[in-house]
Design a protein around this ligand. Structure first.
Ligand code: CA
Ligand code: CA
Length: 268
């Protein structure tokens, strides 16, 4: 019996070691903070390339899980888009859509930068106005920020779009006829000759009017918070508690298996 036990124990101990390693691995994976895996912060940089040279107005950006929340090719402009495209006013988009304002890129070559924190599946939409147009804008509609769960780095040219809400005068022809006049305030939205056309590529601009760079920010290495005592740091999160439960279950299973094996050996 004892000889049999000596032959059997090394195999059991190897099995127990493997089980313990698996339990510890599972516990470690469970303990890894979920928040570090679910969202990514991106830096978004918009560069004014408008030709002929003109400012790009303040705009608005919004995240969603479906395209078309701010605008779409062939769609009808919402009041939020009309106000951006006609007078560079993002307040309606901010108020009605929960969008966030983008600062202006005030001259050719100028950039404006903002940060967004997104989860896999999130899409970016934004619009900003080249101010020498009646109702033109640059932007993206539902741009995917992830490939699966991997954050994308994106560089792209942006053409100009026509919101379809106002007849077009010559670019940079001045305030008369509808191009935005700061002294008119919100009245600019009805200042020119209104149109009701689908959103389409702007016929007066040629080529890229802005460039867009999107890059995920690299998070600094995580520094564990010092535990006040014992394993306080480990149990500070729900997943840490789960890890302890898994470790306890693993240990309990090993003890039970060992006792049953020993009892079985003793009966032989
Ligand atoms: Ca137009
Ligand atoms: Ca209008």
């Amino acid at each position: 019996m004892h000889e049999t036990a000596r032959l059997w124990r090394p195999a059991f101990l190897r099995s127990a070691t493997a089980l313990a390693a698996v339990a510890l691995l599972v516990a470690w994976l469970a303990w890894t903070p979920a928040s570090a895996q679910t969202t990514t912060t991106f830096t978004v940089t918009l560069t004014n390339m408008a030709t002929p040279g003109m400012s790009i107005s303040p705009g608005a950006h919004v995240l969603s899980t479906a395209a078309g929340v701010l605008w779409m090719d062939g769609g009808t402009a919402s009041l939020a888009l009309e106000r951006i495209a006609e007078i560079g006013d993002p307040s309606e988009a901010v108020g009605a859509l929960g969008a966030t304002m983008i600062d202006a890129a005030g001259a050719a070559g100028d950039t404006t930068t903002f940060e967004i924190t997104a989860a896999p599946g999130d899409l970016l939409s934004f619009a900003s106005m080249p101010v020498g147009s009646n109702d033109g804008f640059v932007g993206v509609n539902g741009l995917a920020l992830f490939n699966g769960t991997t954050a994308r780095t994106i560089s792209m040219d942006l053409m100009a779009w026509d919101a379809g809400t106002e007849d077009n005068n010559d670019l940079n022809s001045g305030f008369a006829g509808g191009q935005p006049d700061p002294s008119q305030g919100a009245a600019n939205v009805e200042h020119g000759t209104a149109t009701s056309e689908p959103i389409a590529v702007h016929g007066q601009f040629s080529g890229a009017q802005a460039t867009l760079m999107i890059a995920p920010m690299v998070a600094p290495p995580a520094v564990p918070a010092p535990a006040a005592s014992g394993n306080a740091g480990l149990v500070s999160t729900g997943s840490g508690t789960l890890a302890l439960v898994l470790i306890a279950l693993g240990a309990l299973t090993l003890v039970t298996v060992a006792r049953r094996a020993t009892a079985a050996r003793s009966r032989r």
